[in-house]
Design a protein around this ligand. Structure first.
Ligand SMILES: Nc1ncnc2c1ncn2[C@@H]1O[C@H](COP(=O)(O)OP(=O)(O)OP(=O)(O)O)[C@@H](O)[C@H]1O
Ligand SMILES: O=C(O)c1ccc[n+]([C@@H]2O[C@H](COP(=O)([O-])O)[C@@H](O)[C@H]2O)c1
Length: 189
């Protein structure tokens, strides 16, 4: 089983999340994607809307039998990704997990707790996002793990590639963002 993990604040979920999920399944040949609706991003000072409301909106936005919307981190009592992955990989040793994220997250990946260890826990699939393309090239994590990068043409090999392995794929881009939705005042959480 090849499972993509899309961690996020989902405050709120939007069509951009659904879009990158479908693209990730296609490009990386994933069987399932689990959306991990975060109890709260450790790097974001402002707490998100209540979990129940974010889960409900995520389930409204993403209706695909291959996608599971989950509050797993709240249940496991983990907030840092490295911690979550430690638990998940121990619980499901036979699963090939791919951590999914937009290119904006790769730029600040080197600020995540135990970020180097994450490359030893899962493969990492990075999806293009408007505004993040140039900066991504100079991302510290990308530079340090340059040798572990799979060319986009080999994206389907990512779930079974020896770790560390990561892959950046160009996709038709969506300019949707939760912060823009919040700024418009149409999401009160
Ligand atoms: N339009 C998009 N294109 C590519 N990746 C995206 C897009 N929207 C969200 N993502 C990715 O989805 C994951 C979860 O994102 P998140 O829930 O923080 O939404 P967001 O729109 O980035 O929120 P905010 O604007 O508050 O930062 C992150 O890895 C993020 O990079
Ligand atoms: O583990 C960390 O230090 C860490 C720091 C920043 C973000 N994350 C995770 O990255 C994912 C995306 O977060 P966000 O808020 O950009 O949607 C989400 O699963 C967060 O828990 C994790």
């Amino acid at each position: 089983m090849r499972i993509g993990l899309l961690g996020g604040s989902f405050d709120p979920a939007h069509a951009g999340h659904a879009h990158i999920t479908r693209e990730a399944m296609r490009r990386f040949g994933l069987d399932r994607v689990w959306w991990l609706v975060s109890p709260g991003n450790p790097l974001k000072p402002r707490g998100p809307a209540p979990m129940g409301q974010r889960l409900a909106e995520a389930r409204r936005v993403m209706r695909d039998p291959r996608v599971v919307i989950s509050d797993l981190e709240a249940r496991l009592g983990t907030r840092y990704t490295a911690q979550t992955l430690k638990r998940l990989t121990a619980l499901y040793p036979g699963v090939q997990f791919v951590w999914l994220m937009g290119a904006d997250n790769l730029i600040q990946f080197d600020r995540w707790d135990h970020w180097r260890a994450i490359f030893g826990q899962v493969r990492v699939g990075v999806l293009a996002r408007p505004g993040a393309r140039m900066a991504m090239r100079s991302a510290r994590a990308a530079r340090i793990f340059e040798a572990a990068r799979l060319p986009a043409g080999r994206a389907r090999a990512l779930p079974a590639a020896p770790m560390p392995a990561w892959c950046f794929v160009q996709i038709p881009m969506s300019d949707m963002s939760s912060s823009e939705i919040r700024a418009r005042g149409i999401w009160t959480g």
